[in-house]
Write a protein that binds this ligand. Sequence first.
Ligand code: SF4
Length: 331
Amino acid sequence: MAPIPPPPTTRPDRLDIDPARLDAFAVHLRSSESALPFDFCTRSEGFIYPQCNHPAVLDYLFFNCAHQFGFWNLANNHWQAPMIAPLDGHMLKGSDFLFRACTRAIEADPTVFDPRTLAQLTPEQLDALFHDDTGCNPLPMWPEHLAIIQAYTRWFLDRQLIPADLLRQANDSPSPLKTLLEILAGLPGYAEDPLQKKAMLLAITLENRPEHFLKVTDPSSAVPIIDYHLQRSVLRTGLVQVLDPELRQNLETRQVVSASDEAAVRATAYDAIAQLMDRSGLSAATVDWFFFQNRTRCPETVEPDCPACPVHHICARRTALFQPVHRTTAY
Ligand code: SF4
């Protein structure tokens, strides 16, 4: 197990959190019927996500969540478009594409994401798992995905473990969520992100799938799940204000930002969502699902329809702002 990293430090000289807006969102979320944890199953059972009690679902979730990153394309040093590709007759956006491609893979071979099977697959066979309907792998960061698959597989084989062993170790401990996050802090594919976005995503899928794999008795161990949709949401809603004019311009023009600029925005978003979880009393999964739905209400490619949005009355509507454009395997 690895120690869980300390919370990030924000940059109050460049970005600020609006406490009054946090309170307004906390009140709204507590009374919102759409603020519920998502179960990663019933929205599209058997197509995007595996059917309940599919024998391969545990290996699937451990593998899949490590690859939830990089679903956008870059051109001329600017964000160009989200990754969207045809798969089994549907045009699927990044995360949904990855979930469906992995669901298709376990339909063909339920053992495919067992690390012992992964170890037998060539890079070409691994690439083919993600081919779309045109026969291409559309993942914009495929070399990074491949490197993660190889390091992840080696980690399990070296220790003669499989994902079920990690789950058992977590559930047998006094603090299952904390223990799982500590284990994942050492597992390639999860270990690279000090904010543990993919690790916490895996934890909420394991907890909230109908099989309820992870028996969380320590909800206070939860950490915010900070991806690009969530960063865009906290910036546009005004939960986080950008004080630095140069940073604001770079976010508005969607140009690539430095690692330190990205870290400053993400750390402040993390802090804001941690405070929102605290003030609302809602779980990380509930807050995450609310903001994840915001990816369609407050999209990347067209001006949002603010009057139709359920938070329009408490939102700053800073619709020009965009998530930091920065290549990372964290989200
Ligand atoms: S009100 Fe507009 S800017 Fe605010 S979250 Fe809704 S769609 Fe986005």
